[in-house]
Write a protein that binds this ligand. Structure first.
Ligand SMILES: NC(=O)c1ccc[n+]([C@@H]2O[C@H](COP(=O)([O-])OP(=O)(O)OC[C@H]3O[C@@H](n4cnc5c(N)ncnc54)[C@H](O)[C@@H]3O)[C@@H](O)[C@H]2O)c1
Length: 320
């Protein structure tokens, strides 16, 4: 039960929104003019996994428009070749490499690396985007748990272990973008397997970022890309019409690139339904479950419903 006395402790809690304050602990914006960005730059090489559809396809097209050479990988070969043709029309056929690859298989990822390095000798932007959303609840769907972890987690581990050792020896700066999910942070009920895999992606990308930062003379940075609700193959369930609340894959990719250019690690993307302030409050609430000793996923607990709604109301009033 949540008693009235809980209110005074809530008021004094460090978990009350204070983002204006925390923001001041960040160094000044390190944004670099688009045309001067050392990595997202014409002539450099982008590799995108899961590029046959959705966000990966939109990213491949956007990198091509910016004049990068583009290598695309996906387990769905036919659709991947179609995307390859689209990208080729933008940046020229010689600047596209289409490599059907199952990222959950290390030997295929090694072949992918060999193809890209033989062709172009570097990877400037490594975008680990391949993902699946097969459902696995806590005591059901063990095969889906394995599949989801093989792709969403080990797909990234395979690519990171294969490419990063080469990337850190490159002369020019480079970056790794790993695609996580808000579901890996706030853990909404419904698909425990997907959420757990994306929580692991957050953890491994934070670890990668630290290790790259600590390594002497290392010119590679890591970024955790956290899309909002984006209308794609994964979320669209075959429907071509975008729901009003979702962003297009192009909008999500454009936002991501802006934040990568600014050097952000956590790239928390909004959509037409959830603005950044709501995400900030949800993340703080989830963290406070642990810090304040509330039940797991208290946001969805009937005893906390009113309290949570009040928290969001008050938090938004402070933030806006
Ligand atoms: N769409 C959203 O709202 C949303 C939100 C948060 C995170 N994400 C994440 O964004 C990423 C892209 O998803 P999307 O929404 O564009 O979905 P999508 O289904 O349109 O694209 C995912 C692509 O990954 C490919 N893929 C699946 N298994 C693979 C494997 N083993 N090897 C290589 N490629 C494989 C698929 O064939 C597909 O082309 C995923 O990691 C997803 O979890 C999406």
């Amino acid at each position: 039960m949540v008693s009235k006395s809980g209110h005074s402790s809530r008021n004094g809690s460090p978990m009350r929104p204070a983002f204006a304050g925390t923001a001041s602990f960040k160094p000044d914006n390190m944004s670099v003019a688009d045309e001067l960005h050392p990595v997202i730059h014409a002539g450099r090489v982008a590799l995108i996994t899961g590029a046959a559809s959705g966000i990966g396809r939109a990213a491949a097209i956007e990198f091509a428009k910016l004049g990068l050479k583009v290598a695309i990988a996906d387990v769905t070969a036919e659709k991947l070749y179609e995307v390859g043709k689209e990208v080729g029309k933008i940046v020229g056929e010689a600047n596209v490499l289409v490599v059907p690859t199952d990222v959950s298989k290390l030997e295929e990822v090694v072949k992918l690396r060999d193809r890209v390095y033989e062709a172009w000798g570097e990877v400037a932007v490594l975008m680990n985007n391949a993902g699946i959303g097969n459902k696995g609840t806590s005591w059901d769907g063990i095969e889906n748990w394995r599949k989801v972890f093989d792709v969403n987690l080990f797909g990234i581990v395979n690519v990171q272990q294969t490419f990063v050792p080469s990337m850190i020896h490159q002369e020019n700066p480079a970056l790794v973008i790993n695609t996580g999910s808000k579901q890996g942070i706030t853990n909404p009920p419904g698909n425990a397997a997907y959420n757990a895999s994306k929580a692991a992606v957050k953890s491994l990308t934070e670890g990668l970022s630290y290790e790259l930062r600590e390594k002497a003379n290392c010119n590679v940075t890591a970024h955790l890309f956290i899309p909002g609700w984006t209308h794609t193959g994964m979320t669209g369930a075959g429907s071509t019409e975008k729901p009003p609340g979702a962003w297009t894959a192009e909008e999500t990719v454009a936002y991501m690139l802006d934040k990568v250019r600014e050097g952000e690690f956590y790239i928390l993307v909004p959509d037409n339904e959830t603005k950044r302030e709501v995400d900030q409050l949800r993340i703080m609430w989830a963290a406070a479950d642990i810090a304040e000793g509330r039940p797991a996923l208290s946001r969805w607990h009937p005893n906390y419903k009113a309290l949570y709604e009040e928290y969001i109301r008050e938090g938004l009033a402070q933030l806006e």
